[in-house]
Design a protein around this ligand. Structure first.
Ligand code: TMP
Length: 239
């Protein structure tokens, strides 16, 4: 597959056209941002770790019947995915309270929720991705009622699958963000990435943070945490 012109550059990835109109090539960048890009850095090796981690997790989704955009990893920092139109709605699933949930609502940190909490955010950098209701998404045409139901159901299934998977790696899946897109046939698919940039992972024994919170909160050794996630995933794959 030939990498052609740049279609779009995001904060952590670049999307390129290919010779197939239904496929694009994603390049995972070393750039890291937080707080709507107010905080920025670049960490050598982050892109290739996220490419590998995301590819493995999408493969796991494929094995478990979660329709998604992933086709194939092609090298260290690139993967081929189905071309989709990303819906401007981000879905966050939370198992344990932390992050903006605690800040926004004054909720205590580190409480395991009796069931997963699903939140929708409007994907709009200028507005800082505000929290929205399902009704906003439907009434303003960001997603249909059916797409919203699909996103909720699928996000819960992904949570069950990912929580079980990471449990075997001695990692707690605290929360994560998903994005969905619509392909050329109008089919809705899980898209974007699944990585320590978009999930919170805590070591079950030490509670050490193994994700982008190390960057957001200046905890140090960001790359070491991403490497640790990849080490545990790749060891599991080798068995
Ligand atoms: P939050 O607590 O900061 O709202 O984050 C919830 C989850 O969503 C966490 O796993 C990090 C992820 N996330 C993203 O992937 N992108 C974002 O822009 C934000 C704000 C959070």
């Amino acid at each position: 597959m030939v990498k052609k012109e740049l279609l779009y550059e995001g904060k952590a990835k670049k999307m390129y056209k290919t010779d197939d109109p239904n496929m694009i090539i994603v390049e995972y960048k070393n750039d890291l941002t937080a707080f709507n890009a107010l905080k920025k850095d670049s960490i050598e090796g982050k892109g290739s770790l996220n490419n590998a981690i995301s590819a493995s997790l999408f493969e796991y989704m494929n094995e478990n019947g979660i329709p998604n955009h992933f086709i194939q990893k092609i090298d260290d920092t690139h993967q081929i995915v189905k071309k989709v139109r990303i819906l401007p709605v981000e879905v966050v699933v939370r198992n344990i309270t932390t992050g903006t949930l605690c800040k926004r609502l004054g909720i205590e940190e580190n409480i395991r929720l009796p069931r997963p909490l699903i939140e929708f955010y409007y994907k709009n950098d200028q507005l800082g991705d505000p929290l929205i209701l399902e009704d906003h998404a439907e009434l303003f045409g960001w997603a249909t009622k059916e797409q919203i139901s699909f996103m909720k159901e699928t996000s819960l299934k992904v949570n069950t699958l990912m929580s079980a998977y990471f449990d075997t790696l001695n990692i707690i899946l605290v929360d994560f963000k998903l994005e969905f897109g619509v392909d050329a046939n109008g089919t809705i698919l899980l898209a974007d990435e699944m990585s320590p940039d978009t999930c919170r992972f805590w070591d079950k024994t030490t509670m050490k943070k193994l994700d982008k919170d190390r960057f957001r909160k200046d905890l140090g050794d960001v790359l070491g945490a991403y490497r640790e996630i990849w080490r545990r995933i790749s060891e599991k794959e080798a068995n």
